[in-house]
Design a protein around this ligand. Structure first.
Ligand SMILES: [Zn+2]
Length: 607
């Protein structure tokens, strides 16, 4: 890599000077003291009844917030240090020491959590009357929306204690299995043995033979363990269905209730969302077809879902030094509003971005925020590709989201997964358009538009494929466990339904190779991605419609993400109805001309 391309080292000293900073010890001691107080108060919280509960509950709430703030600050610090140097022993010790603290804090918070769920409405109103607690109204009432599912205290604690060797053990088994599985990838004339993660990395290589060989090897390996995977997926789904039945005493509980609630929207919104995906399917299939054409093919294989732009784009791309990337992002953000440009400049001036290239650095990119100062940090390895510029824009979008919420109470600063990508995708879109404008050749443009097309295909075809499979799995599992062959069949038909003729062949073992189906704490880890994608495009489309009025609404929308349902947010700030197909259609209409432009680009490049 050329000198001067990589990004700067970040500065964490606004939080702690080093791992031996006395502030760390002071924070740990403060946590211990707060926890001891909470544990003392808990006896009155479990022993008392009626109005006598309110005061201890309020005190515990305030202490809890303080504990979370301090624990959050320390663990963010430790993980930031470990990202840059995974062998940082002092940071490892700090993080290790926090594990017990986190467990203790979790247990100490349980009685309050029971109170906020079980107390009657009148008591809750009195609890929320305290001005410090009042901002927690939305999250408190939101959690209470599923109160009707609660079992008796005894039953809940029995379920909780059995879960670790029940549903979670199946998730752990899968993690163990997929983490230790080896596979044989045929590379050229040589068979190379490697772990699944390494083979999955090959799915992003530009050579189709490599991708195909990696895909085949991964599938063979999972096929050998199909019985174990089937046992796990059947048990996980079975556990949830059985729990749903047991929780259906006052009204029926559906397997989609929990994931929809966690994302803070409704079944009607989910239906409108999936209907939109259905409508957009031909467009996404066309995009996939064009991607195949760029590779000289007529259809794509399941090994192509993460394929990069063909080599041509790579060769044309010149590397963009970090400072130049910052200029591009600052200018593009500034076109939305001057204060957004100032924000980017502040992140750079404060050295709140880590972008160096170094050994021992963990891969990936993320944004995090210190819970005490509320100062964000962006982490990545910046090497100068256009995709790095877009990644930086994406993470700065997250940082901006956090920044505009920095003065809000803690209880209003966390938001569901479906809204988490709003500001990041928005920032990404703004900067991608800026990069396209400055691209000097069609080949250079190809790399940028390619990613946009891949996103369309991933969100509108791949995500619904997973959703389709998972719903049908639950429906059928309600009768009996499914055999591996039946799971393959379900998976194949889901692929065929969504991809249609543009797919060379389905990916029958995807039910086993996709980790998301085995997350024991969370079901349907798929539709929130589609929601996030279309919602952020919807926000972007309002930028054009609303002109000068857009920016204040945008900031207010971001600020409300932690204290409103997604539907209320859209109604208030975008005058949109998430249950109405036309809201989602506007998002797809944004992408339609891009697919056309992609086709023209291929024409220009004679691909
Ligand atoms: Zn993100």
């Amino acid at each position: 890599m050329q000198a001067g391309v990589q990004g700067p080292q970040w500065d964490l000293t606004s939080e702690y000077n080093n791992t031996d900073d006395p502030k760390i010890d002071a924070d740990r001691q403060a946590i211990d003291a707060h926890l001891a107080k909470i544990e003392g108060l808990n006896s009155s919280l479990t022993g008392a009844a009626g109005e006598a509960l309110i005061e201890p509950a309020q005190q515990v709430f305030k202490l809890n917030e303080e504990v979370s703030r301090l624990v959050g600050n320390l663990s963010t610090y430790a993980s930031c240090r470990l990202s840059v140097n995974s062998r940082d022993e002092a940071a490892q010790k700090l993080q290790g020491g926090l594990k017990n603290v986190i467990k203790r804090a979790g247990e100490a918070a349980e009685p309050l959590s029971q109170f906020t769920l079980l107390a009657d409405d009148e008591l809750i109103e009195k609890f929320l009357a305290d001005p410090v607690i009042a901002p927690a109204r939305f999250i408190t009432l939101h959690r209470r929306a599923r109160r009707h599912e609660l079992l008796s205290l005894k039953e809940e604690s029995l379920v909780h204690s059995l879960a670790s060797d029940g549903i979670h053990a199946w998730g752990d088994l899968y993690d163990q299995l997929s983490g230790t599985l080896r596979c044989d990838v045929l590379l050229g004339n040589e068979t190379v043995e490697m772990g699944i993660a390494e083979a999955a990395g090959l799915l992003q290589k530009p050579e189709v033979e490599t991708r195909k060989a990696a895909w085949q090897a991964i599938n063979e390996s999972f096929s050998e363990h199909e019985e174990a995977c089937a046992a796990a997926i059947n048990a996980i789904a079975g556990w949830r269905l059985e729990m749903g039945k047991k929780r259906s005493t006052t009204r029926p509980v559906h397997y989609l209730d929990a994931p929809v609630h966690a994302n803070r929207f409704s079944r009607e919104v989910l239906d409108a969302l999936m209907a939109c995906a259905q409508e957009a399917r031909p467009l996404a299939q066309a995009a996939a077809g064009l991607q195949a054409r760029a590779y000289g093919e007529t259809c794509i294989g399941p090994w192509d879902v993460r394929a990069p732009a063909p080599g041509l784009a790579d060769a044309a791309a010149r590397s963009i030094p970090f400072t130049e990337a910052c200029d591009v992002i600052r200018d593009a953000y500034g076109r939305v509003d001057g204060s957004m440009a100032d924000f980017v400049q502040m992140m750079i001036d404060n050295r709140w971005v880590e972008g160096t290239v170094a050994d021992n650095k963990r891969p990936g990119a993320y944004c995090t925020t210190f819970s005490r100062s509320r100062n964000p940090r962006v982490y990545m390895t910046y090497t100068g590709g256009a995709s790095d510029v877009i990644t930086l824009a994406h993470e700065l979008g997250h940082a901006y989201h956090s920044w505009v919420m920095r003065d809000l109470p803690d209880s209003q600063r966390s938001y569901g997964m479906s809204l988490a990508e709003t500001a990041s995708t928005f920032g990404e879109t703004v900067v991608r358009n800026a990069l396209l404008e400055r691209a000097e050749s069609p080949a250079e443009k190809l790399g940028i538009v390619w990613e946009e097309m891949s996103a369309l295909v991933a969100f509108v075809l791949n995500i619904p494929t997973r959703f389709e499979f998972e719903t049908r799995l639950y429906d059928q599992r309600a009768q009996r466990p499914l055999r591996p062959a039946e799971l393959c069949e379900l998976m194949e038909s889901a692929w065929s339904k969504w991809y249609g003729d543009v797919l060379d062949r389905p990916d029958p073992m995807f039910w086993a190779s996709k980790l998301h189906f085995y997350i024991s704490g969370l079901s349907f880890y798929n539709f929130p991605y589609l929601f996030g994608y279309l919602f952020s495009l919807g926000v972007y489309s309002h930028r054009e419609q609303m002109g000068d009025q857009f920016f204040p609404h945008y900031v207010d929308l971001l600020r409300d993400t932690g204290r409103m349902s997604a539907s209320d947010l859209a109604a208030r700030h975008l005058k949109g109805d998430l249950c109405d197909a036309s809201f989602w259609r506007a998002s797809i209409d944004q992408v339609r001309p891009r697919v056309k432009a992609f086709e023209q680009l291929l024409d220009e490049l004679s691909m």
